[in-house]
Design a protein around this ligand. Structure first.
Ligand SMILES: N[C@@H](CCC(=O)N[C@@H](CS)C(=O)NCC(=O)O)C(=O)O
Length: 218
């Protein structure tokens, strides 16, 4: 019998969210080990010394420690909803822009004190982020509801956890300013049963602590 893979995860991390969403779509059961980032388990660091979540440890010891690689691994096993069906290069370009320039703007908008030495004000970073989000919104409106077409894809699921963080940074600004197609797209994902399921709260893992299984009904 093969052991169920282990996923080191942190509930509020957008990279870990995308990994859990991928597991849910692939109907791939994993044992969740909830991590406290300031006190990472030695077992996780032994598997992946770079010390970021998510980390997937497969039966047999293979380690995958980049969130996108974890999504691709899961969907490579099973992709019943066709998340990999749209143009791969087009999805990759959107995800790379998200993980690069958008994440950079998001961090500086969200944590201005950490980047005060850069001398660039928060509104500038917010505008940088919004320019990318306006482009996403145009795609959503033009494609029938999701980034690559009417159906949910890898790109939507890899990106919306980051848009969630941007929206929550200043909810008043978001409500007044965000374009309607983007708002509807984000709300649809946040209110989905899948997102609720992958946001279940777990006690931090330590040896001997139970490892809850995901997905608990996709
Ligand atoms: N490129 C990595 C980035 C993962 C990442 O940066 N995760 C953050 C949490 S959201 C982390 O673990 N940071 C290490 C720390 O805060 O100690 C991936 O896609 O998996």
């Amino acid at each position: 019998m093969t052991a169920t893979p282990i996923l080191y995860s942190f509930r509020r991390c957008p990279y870990a969210m995308r990994a859990r969403l991928g597991m849910s779509a692939a109907r791939q059961t994993v044992r969740i080990r909830e991590v406290v980032l300031r006190d990472k388990p030695a077992e996780m660091l032994a598997a992946s010394p770079k010390g970021t979540v998510p980390v997937l440890v497969l039966d047999g010891g293979e380690v995958i420690d980049e969130s996108l690689d974890i999504m691709h691994w899961a969907l490579g096993q099973n992709d019943p909803e066709g998340w990999l069906a749209p143009d791969a290069a087009g999805m990759d370009a959107l995800i790379q822009r998200n993980d690069g320039p958008f994440k950079r703007a998001l961090d500086r908008y969200k944590y201005p004190d950490r980047y005060a030495a850069d001398g660039i004000d928060r509104e500038t970073w917010r505008a940088e982020g919004m320019a990318i989000l306006d482009d996403l919104s145009g795609r959503i409106a033009g494609n029938g509801g999701q980034l690559m077409g009417p159906q949910v894809s890898l790109a939507d699921m890899a990106i919306f956890p980051f848009v969630r963080q941007f929206a929550a940074t200043d909810a008043g600004f978001w409500d007044e300013t965000a374009p309607a197609p983007l708002k509807a797209w984000l709300s649809g994902h946040l209110e989905s049963p899948r997102f609720r399921a992958i946001m279940a709260k777990y006690a931090p893992w330590a040896p001997g602590v139970p490892e809850p299984e995901l997905p608990i009904g996709a």
